[in-house]
Design a protein around this ligand. Structure first.
Ligand SMILES: [Cu+2]
Length: 234
């Protein structure tokens, strides 16, 4: 019995280490460039750790059982009749229920944090049209550009407008995505945390040119942003 438990735990640890390496050694998500995506990635890690633990326990029990209780090829007998194990059944119902509820609570908290606009965010209108994005800066006299430029560390609110069909505004590194629907006003908040260039993608199949519906997002320092605005307005 003691030897069995030691073997079971050893198998579980080996599987856990392997799966952890798979989770850590590969980059599964785009690099985060926004506060909102940082929070979303925290949830991913919360769910990943939970999954690693449960997978390791289940896989260890399966591997151990198959190895320990396998029968010889010529054994045609029925197995022993089993009536189940009430304690075990309560545990494997209660534990996942608690974990799913925990995940739900954490997600709801992040969703509300990511949807809460702080003090005067930069207002940007994202206009989707087959097959290009346009950006309108209503705070600075409504000029329009094909390139999205944002100051770092300042919250921006994107309000979507769709001219023809449904599009979806998505910058993978910002982690936020929102449909632009004709006749409906939708919005999302993004607080860029690092300067650099990122891709703006349309994430809703919107016609033949959908794949080419891309734009550039450039996150710059506050001074560079003011300079750029001045140039645009001139
Ligand atoms: Cu589109």
């Amino acid at each position: 019995m003691r030897k069995g438990i030691v073997q079971l735990v050893a198998i579980g640890v080996v599987i856990g280490v392997l799966v952890t390496l798979v989770a850590v050694l590969f980059q599964w998500l785009p690099t985060s460039a926004s506060e909102e995506f940082d929070r979303i990635q925290d949830i991913y890690w919360f769910a990943t750790i939970m999954s690693i633990v449960i997978f390791s326990v289940v896989a260890a029990v399966v591997v151990y059982s198959v190895w320990t209780w396998r029968v010889p090829d010529d054994d045609d007998l029925d197995g022993p009749p089993i009536h189940g194990n009430t304690g075990l059944e309560i545990a494997w119902t209660a534990v996942p229920a608690i974990l799913v509820i925990a995940l739900g609570i954490v997600s709801a908290v992040v969703l509300s944090q990511n949807g809460e606009a702080g003090n005067r965010p930069l207002e940007v209108k994202a206009i989707g049209q087959q097959f290009a994005w346009k950006f309108e800066y209503s705070d600075y006299g409504d000029f329009t550009t094909g390139e999205l430029v944002l100051p770092v560390n300042r919250e921006a609110r994107f309000t979507m407008e769709a001219v023809d069909v449904i599009h979806s505004f998505w910058v993978p590194n910002f982690g936020q995505k929102m449909d632009a629907v004709p006749g409906i006003e939708t919005s999302i908040l993004v607080t860029p945390t690092r300067t650099g260039e990122f891709a703006v993608v349309c994430a809703e199949l919107c016609g033949l040119g959908h794949a080419t519906m891309r734009a550039k997002a450039r996150v710059v320092t506050r001074a560079e942003f003011d300079e750029w605005v001045k140039e645009k307005r001139a």
